[in-house]
Design a binder for this molecule. Structure first.
Ligand code: ADP
Ligand code: MG
Length: 378
């Protein structure tokens, strides 16, 4: 990818630039916990957006996207975002950097990537973080702190792309470190690195390629359930709730709300349990927790779907160590931790059985936990 970008850059702009990259991410465990003040546990992966950039001495940004085979130009003093969706991410990052008092001058860039789009690996955060990191390095002596870089990406989604996301994706893309997962406390925003180098195991995503659009917003309904239970318990968020507290109010809340809260309380603890297990290198416990999360998401939180439950069942049948839905639910990927000697059989079986039932194979995405945003040295 690097060579292709360099060749294209030279051809288009007649010079060389500096190369930056940032990563997509997985979240090993900790689902629907962010808005409950709990923990998420993401890591950056070996799928990147990479950009070559050269300062051009104007107030214009000239961008070529290799994957879209499209060119776009915008002025740094223009208020109007470009029409092209992919260019809005870069425009947004420039504007948000300037808004925070950062310096951005005109530049030429060519970029490409291999983070699958819309598969739940956050290609958009990779794109934002790549440019946020680059602008900080090129124009701001790296004075903007890393958390602020993540927020620049998040605000870009909010203000230029109409996506009201949390901070996890951009955080993971900016802070990611090889062989480490990061526990982010969504209440205090403190984070801690934990070792993740599962020797003898592979981490693989199976993309069901289905997305069920539901009529009423299940996401908002889940949030409302959590807020109702928290209010009944007299706590700010379910972060502060325990199973005992929940049992005490069981007859005051609906069965549905009870099950929603039961999942959230369990999920908070599972993230902590996984962190402890990783410090001991105990990947079997990690896997068990992943299955428990899947069950909770499917039965208590009810955000799974037939296809994902099916992939989870196949994983169990094939002796996979851990498997669960990754992301908000209703489609997308499962994330699987699988022993190397069971990998080939698992993949072949999942492809064959899923195809027989749903008419297409799941997409197989192998991932390795890798560095987040960085400058690519020659
Ligand atoms: P994801 O879950 O992967 O973040 P999004 O819909 O949030 O999905 O973001 C995908 C969008 O990000 C694409 O539609 C495109 O505008 C932009 N994007 C991601 N990767 C690339 C790329 N390699 N080249 C150009 N644009 C990209
Ligand atoms: Mg996205």
């Amino acid at each position: 990818m690097r060579e292709k970008i360099k060749e294209q850059f030279k051809q288009r702009f007649g010079t060389d630039g500096v190369i930056y990259a940032s990563a997509g991410r997985i979240n090993l465990i900790g689902e629907h916990t962010d808005y409950n003040g709990g923990f998420v546990f993401p890591g950056a992966i070996d799928k990147y957006i990479m950009a070559e950039i050269n300062i051009n001495g104007t107030d214009k940004v000239r961008v070529y996207s290799m994957d879209m085979d499209a060119y776009c130009e915008f002025g740094l003093n223009e208020e109007d975002a470009p029409q092209e969706q992919w260019a809005r991410y870069i425009f947004g990052v420039c504007r948000e950097t300037i808004k925070r008092g950062g310096v951005v001058k005109g530049f030429d860039t060519v970029f490409a990537g291999n983070v699958p789009l819309g598969a739940g690996l956050s290609s958009s955060a990779a794109l934002e973080s790549c440019f946020a990191f680059a602008l900080n390095d090129l124009f701001n002596d790296n004075k903007i702190d890393k958390f602020e870089l993540a927020k620049i990406g998040q605000s870009t989604e909010h203000n230029y792309c109409g996506v009201n996301c949390g901070i996890m994706d951009q955080f993971a893309s900016v802070f990611g470190k090889k062989d480490c997962l990061m526990r982010l406390d969504c209440r205090s925003l403190e984070h801690e690195y934990f070792p993740f180098h599962p020797e003898g195991y592979k981490l693989v995503l199976l993309n069901s390629k289905v997305k069920h659009e539901l009529v009423d917003s299940p996401y908002n309904k889940r949030r409302e359930s959590c807020e109702r239970v928290a209010a009944t318990l007299g706590v700010e968020t379910l972060r502060d709730a325990t199973y005992t507290m929940l049992a005490d109010v069981r007859d005051k809340i609906s069965d549905e709300d009870y099950r929603r809260a039961r999942f959230v309380i369990g999920e908070k603890q599972r993230v902590l349990d996984v962190c402890d297990a990783l410090e001991r290198g105990d990947y079997e416990t990690v896997g068990r927790c992943m299955f428990e999360t899947h069950d909770g998401l499917s039965r208590d939180y009810e955000v799974s779907c037939e296809e994902l439950d099916y992939l989870n069942d196949v994983a169990r049948e094939c002796g996979v160590t851990g498997s669960r839905i990754m992301g908000g639910g209703f489609g997308g990927c499962t994330i699987n931790l699988v022993k190397e000697d069971r990998y080939d059989n698992f993949i072949a079986t999942a492809k064959e059985k899923f195809n027989a039932k749903y008419g297409h194979e799941p997409e197989v995405i192998n991932v390795i936990i890798s560095d987040g945003a960085h400058k690519v040295e020659d």
